[in-house]
Design a protein around this ligand. Structure first.
Ligand code: DGY
Length: 321
């Protein structure tokens, strides 16, 4: 009888994912959901054919160089792969996959929640009622920014960006986008294309980020770019914290240049940015864009589909390296 491949699953995944993995692989699970240090991760990789990690495990060049040769595939449980040095892994002959498509709806839901919550001061209001400090009401109380009918600028019109555009249309928003390539008309659905960020920003009453963090996009939303947004704009980020120059964003929120921000991702995670915690006009969540029961199963299954393809000698559909 053929031996099952040995699979390291670095974090606690959905019950359905772990059950399916256990049926097809010799699995090494992490039932206590411990976040491994790089040395612990390398130790766990000993005697393993495949790893199914999350964005919380960093396969940088240094770790990749020390990865046991037996590891042949990193099947990520994430669409983002900025935690992997793709070149170093490819050079070492390690296949890398991700999980696109299956988290687009869940992530766009969180982007819309952040957009609405930031615009309508949800965090402030919730805190006030919860803490027993709601002692007053008047027409001039807790006035926020209306969403309906406004212009939204979407940076990165990939799978999540396109779902976000559909959700925004439900609020009668005028959709503008910047993408490396213009979409075909059937995918654009009337959204207005901008071939530069500098053209998109001045028409973005709401700006929602949906592009990957790469050397080109890291820190792109800096003080200069924020300055191009309309006064009182709202910034939403469900992609990666690295896209934003966080001190510049905090300054713009303090000065009133920006009305508010809604953030699910931060330059430093877990934990976020303590400076942001001092500002009442930021609505924050702890990187839960894809955290629904349905999507966790779908992400786990997609990662396993990629592993199954690899171990049956086929090309995994989501190969990125
Ligand atoms: C992703 O899939 O990249 C999400 O950020 C969760 O890891």
């Amino acid at each position: 009888m053929n031996q099952k491949p040995v699979l390291l699953i670095t974090r606690k995944l959905s019950r359905n994912t772990e059950a399916r993995a256990a049926a097809d692989y010799d699995v090494r699970l992490n039932p206590d959901d411990v976040l491994y240090s790089p040395d612990e991760l390398l130790e766990k990789c000993q005697g393993v054919d495949a790893v199914l990690p999350c964005h919380s495990e960093h396969f940088n060049a240094e770790l990749t160089a020390r990865l046991p040769d037996r590891v042949k595939i990193i099947a990520n449980h994430s669409v983002g792969v900025d935690h992997c040095d793709l070149k170093a892994l490819k050079d070492k002959g390690v296949v890398v996959t991700n999980t696109p498509d299956v988290l687009s709806d869940a992530t766009a839901e969180i982007a819309m929640l952040l957009l609405l919550g930031a615009a309508r001061r949800a965090a402030e209001g919730d805190h006030m009622v919860r803490s027993g400090n709601w002692v007053h009401w008047s027409p001039s109380f807790m006035v926020g920014t209306q969403v309906s009918g406004k212009r939204i600028g979407i940076v990165g019109m990939g799978r999540v960006g396109q779902v976000m555009a559909r959700r925004a249309r439900g609020f009668d928003m005028e959709v503008h986008y910047y993408n490396r390539h213009r979409l075909a008309a059937d995918k654009e659905c009337g959204a207005i294309y901008h071939d530069t960020m500098d053209s998109l920003l001045p028409v973005s009453d709401f700006l929602s980020l949906h592009c990957p963090a790469t050397p080109e996009t890291t820190g792109f939303l800096n003080g200069e770019k924020i300055g191009l947004l309309p006064d009182g704009a709202v910034v939403v980020n469900t992609a990666r914290g690295a896209l934003i120059d966080e001190p510049a964003l905090a300054n713009a929120l303090r000065s009133g240049k920006l009305a508010a921000a809604g953030l699910d991702v931060f330059a430093s995670e877990p934990g976020g940015n303590p400076e942001f915690a001092k500002l009442t006009n930021i609505f924050m969540l702890p990187h839960i864009g894809s955290a629904t029961f349905e999507t966790r199963d779908a992400m786990g299954f997609r990662a396993l589909d990629n592993l199954d393809a690899f171990f049956s000698g086929k090309e995994p559909i989501d190969r990125v390296a």
